[in-house]
Design a protein around this ligand. Structure first.
Ligand code: GLY
Ligand code: MN
Length: 470
């Protein structure tokens, strides 16, 4: 069945320009982008929520299943391979535009039946031309590429085009003004999600009630979640997707959630909320430290600096704060460079964000967050940073420091007496029942520095308490 989900597509010139640029960057050969197909859930006609592949959507715009887009660099032809709608599609799915009309709306006037793709690619290979494709991340794509290119599925990702990966990253990572508008639509939905969670965070409420309400907000705006929400009074579990707990006074509720617009742009926001809307003194202490780390991580963002510097600055602020509570000893920066940050924050400061909430991660984390000028650190904590490289105007990424007390992780460190010069283990032990706190915003790099995207979501202790009690 054909779903043309997009409500407000970009003008066709946007896609024409993107395809022209990627062809120029790759230089020669044939570029192949596979769109996504339906994935059945429990029987063929009952499928998982369908979502277009982001690279296909970026270059070809169409939000319907079973398409492939080809750019023939030498001939300059752009082709959509797909299946024209049938009367069955109209009977079951209603009147809809033909594939030809939809292809024209994204600047493509050559449409071929999908069955011709295999021969097209085989002829290209026979005449010695390179077929450039991106890493597969779905079983269906492994199988399809295997069939189309006569390769074993196990080597599909060994033959991906490095030139195409590089070209796609260089284009998609610089967000245009129209993309920023879409991301800010997603931020506005996230505002509603977070302030709703603040109002709902009362003892006796189940996490799943909040999860349902937040997903409902995304649907109400003709969108979806940009990833499975993390809504948990056990925020020390970094990606806690189970929502079975009842909220109890004394716990912090971590709400890490975002929306995806109908044009497939994401937001990713985290707020940490005291159940019943009032911070106790221990919660306030840790919250203020994480907030200072969040502000520090944002403060230094500007074109030309390496984002790994922001990570180090933010985690240094975190450890400075924990030193104030007696948990950390010595020089905080030294502590960070010795890997102490990983005890309290075993993840990086942030990741790029755009059409994928972890933007382009399917192309390889290091291909997106690092480059020939900056290799990933090997220091615990710092090595977990996804977006480390030099910042450019148009980059969009998250700043999401956190502080977590993970008993099993603490036990390993203490047993091995890791970084003992920097850690007061007895003091940390007093917080092992605390849980975790994370505060996340989405930032655009601008000529003059940066802009926090979206309208400000309550973030200070006072703002969060006020929003909880409105
Ligand atoms: N918001 C979830 C993550 O960044 O991994
Ligand atoms: Mn994130």
């Amino acid at each position: 069945m054909i779903h043309n989900k997009i409500s407000d597509m970009f003008k066709k010139e946007v896609y024409i320009e993107r395809r022209k640029k990627v062809a120029e960057k790759v230089g020669s050969g044939v570029i192949l982008f596979l769109g996504n197909v339906e994935a059945p859930l429990n029987y063929p006609d009952n499928s998982y929520y369908w979502r277009q592949d982001s690279n296909f959507a970026y270059f070809f715009g169409l939000q319907c299943q079973g398409l492939a887009g080809v750019i023939d660099i030498e001939s300059g032809e752009n082709i959509i391979f797909g299946t024209e709608i049938t009367i069955d599609d109209i009977i079951w799915g209603g009147p809809q535009k033909s594939l030809k009309e939809r292809s024209e709306s994204v600047g493509i006037d050559i449409v071929k039946d999908y069955s011709e793709l295999s021969t097209f690619l085989k002829n290209a290979v026979k005449s010695g031309r390179r077929v450039h494709y991106l890493p597969a991340y779905r079983g269906e794509h492994f199988l399809e590429l295997s069939k189309l290119l006569s390769l074993k599925t196990c080597v599909i990702n060994e033959y991906v085009s490095r030139d195409l990966i590089k070209a796609v990253v260089s284009l998609r990572e610089i967000k245009s003004d129209i993309e920023i508008v879409e991301i800010e639509r997603a931020e506005d939905i996230a505002y509603e999600m977070q302030t709703t969670a603040m109002k709902m965070a009362k003892s006796g409420v189940y996490e799943y009630e909040i999860a349902g309400a937040l997903e409902g907000i995304t649907l109400k705006h003709n969108g979806h979640l940009s990833f499975h929400s993390i809504i948990s009074i056990n925020g020390q579990t970094l990606h806690n997707h189970t929502h079975n707990n009842v909220l109890t006074k004394g716990r912090m509720l971590v709400v890490d959630a975002g929306a995806e617009t109908d044009t497939l742009y994401a937001s990713d926001i985290t707020r940490s909320i005291p159940v019943d809307g009032k911070f106790d003194s221990r919660q306030r202490d840790i919250y203020e430290i994480v907030l200072a780390a969040n502000l520090k991580g944002i403060e230094g963002i500007k074109p030309g600096i390496n984002n790994v510097e922001n990570h180090i600055a933010s985690v240094t602020t975190l450890l400075e704060g924990l030193k104030g509570l007696g948990m950390v000893k010595g020089d905080p920066l030294d502590a960070v460079m010795n890997g102490v940050g990983a005890l309290f924050m075993p993840h990086g400061l942030g990741h790029q964000m755009g059409m994928d909430v972890h933007d382009m991660e399917g192309l390889g984390e290091d291909n997106v967050g690092y480059d020939e000028n900056l290799k990933r650190s090997t220091i615990p904590g710092i090595k977990s940073l996804r977006m480390g490289k030099q910042l450019k105007v148009g980059h969009v990424f998250t700043v999401e420091p956190g502080c977590y007390f993970i008993p099993a992780w603490y036990d390993i460190w203490r047993k091995e007496n890791r970084c003992a010069d920097f850690i007061n283990y007895d003091k940390v032990a007093e917080y092992l029942d605390f849980g975790g706190i994370r505060i996340e915003d989405d930032i655009l790099v601008t000529e003059n520095g940066h802009r926090v995207l979206g309208k400000p979501i309550p973030k200070t202790v006072e703002e969060v308490e006020k929003a909880c009690n409105e």
